[in-house]
Design a protein around this ligand. Sequence first.
Ligand code: PGA
Length: 253
Amino acid sequence: MRKKIVAGNWKMNLTSVQSEDLVAGISEKLKNFDSNGKRIIVAPTFVNLVPVINCEDRDTAIEVAAQNMHQASSGAYTGEIAANMLQTIGVPNVILGHSERRAYFGETDTLLAEKVEVALEHNMQIIFCFGEELEDRKAGKHFDVVESQLKNALFQLPDSAWKDIVLAYEPVWAIGTGETASPEQAQEMHEFIRKTIALAYGNAIADEVSILYGGSVKPANAKEIFSKPDVDGGLIGGASLKADDFFAIIDAM
Ligand code: PGA
């Protein structure tokens, strides 16, 4: 049975004290909550990973993820962070391919394929993000774009790798814009994604992979989106920065 997951992408927000406060606030809310096997993940900035991991008030069921990593194992890459640096401080998950990394830092499918391989070599689990831009959708190319993003970055992987991959479909036009894909649009795309994986890897792998939706998920719309059969949770940006809102989204799953 594939897992339900709610992951909070804190992006470039919060100081270390604020990060500790937020994880403590979410933990407080989770005290009398039966998460029922659902995974809850937060992704602070690099410098706030250790403070969040070590925060005494963190419910240890809240997993931590990095927002990115470099593909090289070490070397002259000023300002970058390698997979083993994350692994050795106890970060088991990494977000790769976020649309902001693609748009502002020029990350391509080819580069992402490399990062994916390196993360897997370090036994990390990957939340792999992808999604079409508004022009793609207007031109009716959204399925083609998503299919090529998946094929180019992930379809070189062996079957065994898929247990460590979580997919996050995030239409770029819905990220941080307040405009959400309708639950029907999300379901339509998630179903397509699962079929595309089934064609390449078979039904067993396609049925097991969790596919998250991301893009302006809020307490008010989470329940309807999560009710769709191929939506296994969400990757949450803005609404993950407040304990109340993030908990309401977890509760909606
Ligand atoms: P948003 O961001 O929830 O603020 O739209 C989602 C994301 O970027 O992962």
